[in-house]
Design a protein around this ligand. Structure first.
Ligand SMILES: Nc1nc2c(c(=O)[nH]1)N[C@H]1C(S)=C(S)[C@@H](COP(=O)(O)O)O[C@H]1N2
Ligand SMILES: [Mo]
Length: 535
């Protein structure tokens, strides 16, 4: 039996192509809507678009990821999702047209896409087991059946396998009305299913939000030192000393921000040399001594002069104390583990050097950020913050597991993707104002910005105009060695085009290098310059 018969005139089939493509789009929409609804029953991360997107992120080479961050910034995730939807749409249209001639092949194509989604979902590091395949499978089955049915409405009746009945109106042998009715009903049902899925997925997040709203952080036993007036530079356009949460940069691989309910959250500490493994609840943490520290966090993907750096007031418990209680000793004291691997609820792994975490610096399990519980996007309920280490080797958000191991025996997520095993923050400085290509008037122009060398501290900042001599900038008082320092320089600007360059020297006396490197593998080096035209 055949599913297709040669049309008397080829133009007939051409005329049906737009309808067939539309049928593909409708089937695709139904598949995604079904998957969305099913993902509410499993978990939002198991949906095919998120799963495929996550798998794509996992497989993106460091250089491409950097390119994406450079060009799209924090919108890179949105761009990725739109890209996936665009590709899916194109394939849905193509499958619709294919189904006109080969109904089964079209339907099989939809199932194939479902299989890709299922494999991606099962392969995610945070996969919750076989149930994660459900959204993709359910969506694909619905989409495949629908495409088969819709394509059947467009194929001449007498050619269909076992088709019967009188020719439908709208053309000999075709059921145009049936097509329109089925397609409309499918669109309506899918929209309903999709909206319901969305609502259910949001409701889940609401429980977590309620658990966050219910948290009252105790006053810290060791508050952050008061910020003296002298630690701030008052120049318009400079980064504020403390970065507000809403403008704090965000870098992570999570296409769906994990929403953890605090009551069910646990942190496990175990591994090599952990004599007394422990599992702690959020309340267990709050009962410990809470310290509050102003610590500047930097992303290794930050280009020279880039935006992925921020300074927040973190509240948390000292990680070193907790580790010591669990029986952990740093390598310098004979401990067998030199790497601490932190694992998050979304399967991210970050590796930090045990020596640095336990060397007396304020390495924190943070529960608060600028006076409130951590925002979801910044790791609620608990994250790590270690002064002096780039975020990708220290700042695990949504942490749930700490394993003591060695650098030789385990490579965490970013290291597997070409980034360095060990990555102390490089000394950097940034001109916040004037902005590139600004046109200030001649006379005194305030040049100002921030400089950071977490845990070593900033000792000096200098500015150079064009190829002139390095001139010392005014430095705000040091608030802490772990905090960036604001600086300013009154420049007697003369007319014309000028290049302003900044460099910092850390407290060990090392000058920020002029040697430009890329961000991969251990952070960009080089000096920030801004070109302005003085009118
Ligand atoms: N779970 C998880 N934690 C993570 C990441 C991530 O992708 N997943 N990214 C790390 C990186 S690369 C950085 S720079 C910091 C950024 O923290 P922020 O988003 O709060 O600024 O989080 C770190 N912690
Ligand atoms: Mo990062």
């Amino acid at each position: 039996m055949t599913e297709e018969k040669q049309e008397p005139r080829d133009s007939r089939r051409w005329a049906r192509r737009p309808a067939a493509a539309l049928g593909g789009a409708v089937a695709g929409f139904a598949a995604l809507a079904t998957a969305e609804l099913a993902s509410a029953a499993v978990r939002p991360q198991a949906g095919p678009v998120i799963a495929v997107g996550g798998a794509a992120i996992d497989r993106t080479p460091a250089a491409v990821k950097d390119w994406a961050i450079r060009n799209f910034g924090t919108d890179d995730k949105l761009v990725l999702k739109i890209g996936i939807l665009a590709v899916l749409t194109l394939f849905a249209l193509a499958l619709g047209i294919t189904a006109l001639r080969f109904r089964r092949a079209g339907a099989a194509g939809v199932l194939l896409f479902g299989a890709v989604g299922a494999v991606a979902a099962l392969g995610r590091p945070d996969s919750g087991g076989p149930a994660d395949a459900l959204p993709s499978v359910a969506g694909a089955v619905v989409g495949a059946v629908l495409l088969y049915v819709l394509a059947g409405r467009l194929v001449p009746r007498d050619a269909g396998s076992g088709a019967e009945g009188a020719p439908a109106p709208g053309g000999p042998g075709r059921d145009r009305r049936g097509f329109v009715l089925t397609a409309s009903a499918a669109v309506a049902a899918s929209a309903g299913a999709g909206v319901l899925g969305r609502v259910l997925n949001t409701t889940r997040g609401r429980d977590a939000a309620a658990s966050r709203d219910g948290i009252v952080l105790p006053a810290p036993d060791s508050p952050a030192p008061a910020v003296p007036e002298s630690a701030r530079v008052r120049v318009a356009g400079i980064s504020p000393l403390l970065t507000p949460n809403r403008s704090f940069y965000r870098v992570d691989t999570a296409l769906v921000v994990p929403k953890v309910e605090v009551a069910s959250w646990r942190l496990r500490v175990h591994g090599r040399g952990v004599g007394r493994p422990r599992t702690l609840s959020f309340d267990d943490l709050l009962r410990r001594e809470l310290v509050e520290r102003d610590i500047t966090l930097t992303c290794v993907s930050n280009e020279v002069g880039g935006p992925y750096v921020g300074n927040a007031r973190w509240t948390g418990v000292r990680l070193a104390d907790l580790l010591a209680e669990c029986g952990v000793a740093p390598p310098s004291k004979g401990g067998p583990a030199d790497q601490l691997v932190a694992r998050s609820v979304d399967g991210m792994t970050l590796g930090s050097p045990v020596e640095e975490v336990m060397d007396g610096r304020d390495a924190l399990l943070a529960v608060g950020m600028n006076g409130e519980p951590l925002p979801f996007a910044h790791g609620f309920p608990v994250r790590m913050v270690v002064p002096g280490l780039y975020g990708f080797v220290s700042a695990c958000k949504w942490i749930e597991d700490i394993e003591l191991t060695t650098f030789d025996s385990y490579d965490p997520y970013w290291v597997e993707r070409g980034w360095a095993r060990r990555a102390p923050v490089k000394t950097q400085s940034r001109i916040d104002t004037p902005r590139p290509f600004a046109r200030p008037g001649a006379g005194t122009v305030m040049v100002a910005g921030v400089a950071w060398a977490q845990h070593r501290g900033i000792g000096k900042v200098e500015v150079r105009v064009d190829d002139g001599p390095w001139q010392q900038a005014g430095l705000a008082a040091e608030h802490s060695r772990d905090t960036w320092r604001q600086w300013s320089f009154p420049w007697e600007a003369t007319r014309g085009r000028h290049t302003l360059t900044v460099r910092a020297t850390d407290r060990t006396g090392r000058v920020q290098t002029a040697r430009r490197t890329r961000t991969v593998p251990d952070g960009a080096s080089g000096r920030h310059s801004v070109v302005v035209t003085v009118d």
